[in-house]
Design a protein around this ligand. Structure first.
Ligand code: SF4
Length: 59
């Protein structure tokens, strides 16, 4: 299971991120795989996660 930080970092760089019908009154949504329609609670259902993660420069 990826860490919360990873879920956020990946979502920020993911081309397939799609917010799961949640709108923040504060404006900017805190992007994370956790609130992406393609995330089933444990993993990315479109297999984008690993590709995005390996492209991130964070080890
Ligand atoms: S769940 Fe998948 S599609 Fe959604 S932001 Fe994460 S890696 Fe991208």
């Amino acid at each position: 299971m990826a860490s919360r930080e990873q879920l956020k970092a990946v979502a920020a760089s993911c081309m397939k991120y799609q917010a799961e019908g949640f709108v923040s009154s504060a404006g900017a949504v805190d992007k994370s795989c956790e609130n992406c329609v393609n995330f089933d609670g444990y993993k990315c259902t479109v297999n984008a996660f690993d590709k995005v993660l390996s492209g991130l420069d964070q080890g």
